[in-house]
Design a binder for this molecule. Structure first.
Ligand code: NAD
Length: 288
């Protein structure tokens, strides 16, 4: 049945560029329909230059909220009136809630990762993580995992533009949470091996291994792993990266980035509607 747009339909959507490939409209519109909510979700191809104008337009028009994708996640932080603790620390917003003209920025990618871990059967609270990466996805995981109560997170990244920002974020997390966060430059096989050997979970938060470069792997070889190590990857294309394949072959429990994507959307949906997304339905239709 065609979706009915009425005079009272509530607007949500996605800002970024490009956005045409996004799964978010399918997932949110399906969930709105399933719950009988008079909401709709649309994609707007808006780059950095147009972001401020678009945000003011959405605020004025009373849109309930929107998601941000690259390159707008950092700039949205400056345009919001209020920020969640995770957005304030990470400097990124992927979800905005508009309460009568007051814009609050949240970042739900890390929430998505933590829920995906739980869904896969892992309770990470009080555990030690070796986290590869310092970009958008890795930072979101780092911040949420520290806020949620991991005991220790050791972050490894090459000394690129992300590295200095990573040190600042680690400093904030060490001051504001009970999680011990340390930062390590790559390459350093010895430090990486030692960290993984004393961690409960290894997480790839980089795009290394993503299609089409599926032969790439963020760790040098399988000798860095052991069967009781949980191994996860933010990548969902392919579903099984070289890292996850290597880990599965030696018996490690693993999970990929697919449900992180689902649950970041579910968290945004709940912020806008106050209702739980029917995730089983959405999984069945779009996350196989
Ligand atoms: P980004 O550009 O913000 O960060 C890239 C990271 O990879 C940085 O830490 C960078 O230092 C590191 N890196 C790049 N090349 C490297 C190399 N050769 N060796 C080691 N490290 C290297 O990207 P992002 O937005 O964080 O995305 C990273 C991956 O996460 C992508 O595959 C993306 O599709 C995925 N992602 C998944 C979800 C999800 O919901 N599952 C959400 C966001 C991003």
């Amino acid at each position: 049945m065609a979706k009915k747009i009425t005079g009272t339909t509530v607007l949500t959507g996605l800002l970024g560029s490009p956005v045409a490939h996004s799964i978010s409209p399918l997932m949110h519109n399906e969930a709105f329909d399933a719950l009988g909510l008079d909401y709709t979700y649309l994609c707007f191809d808006v780059g950095t230059d147009g972001l401020k104008t678009a945000v003011e337009g959405l605020r004025t028009m009373g849109a309930r909220g929107w998601n941000l994708t690259m390159p707008d996640k950092n700039l949205m932080c400056e345009l919001a009136d209020k920020l969640s603790p995770a957005s304030e620390i990470s400097g990124a917003v992927n979800t905005v809630v508009n309460d009568n003209g007051v814009l609050t920025g949240y970042t739900t990618d890390g929430i998505g990762y933590m829920r995906a871990a739980k869904e896969a059967g892992f309770d990470l609270i009080g555990k030690t993580m070796t986290l590869m990466g310092a970009g958008g996805a890795a930072t979101a995981i780092l911040v949420q995992a520290a806020l949620d109560g991991l005991k220790e997170i050791r972050v490894f990244n090459i000394k690129d533009a992300f590295y200095d920002r990573l040190e600042e974020i680690a400093e904030k997390l060490n001051a504001r949470t009970d999680c011990k966060v340390t930062v390590h430059p790559l390459p350093d096989d010895e430090a990486l091996r030692e960290s993984i050997a004393t961690s409960d979970i290894l997480t790839n938060g980089t795009g290394v291994g993503m299609a089409p470069n599926t032969d790439a792997c963020i760790i040098p070889d399988a000798s860095f792993l052991r069967p009781d190590l949980i191994v996860s990857d933010v990548i969902y294309n392919p579903r099984q990266t070289k890292l996850l394949k290597m880990a599965s072959e030696i018996g490690c429990p693993t999970f990929n980035g697919l449900y992180m994507l689902l649950f970041q959307g579910a968290a945004a949906f709940e912020l806008w509607t106050g209702k739980e997304m029917p995730v089983d339905l959405i999984k069945e239709k779009y996350f196989q």
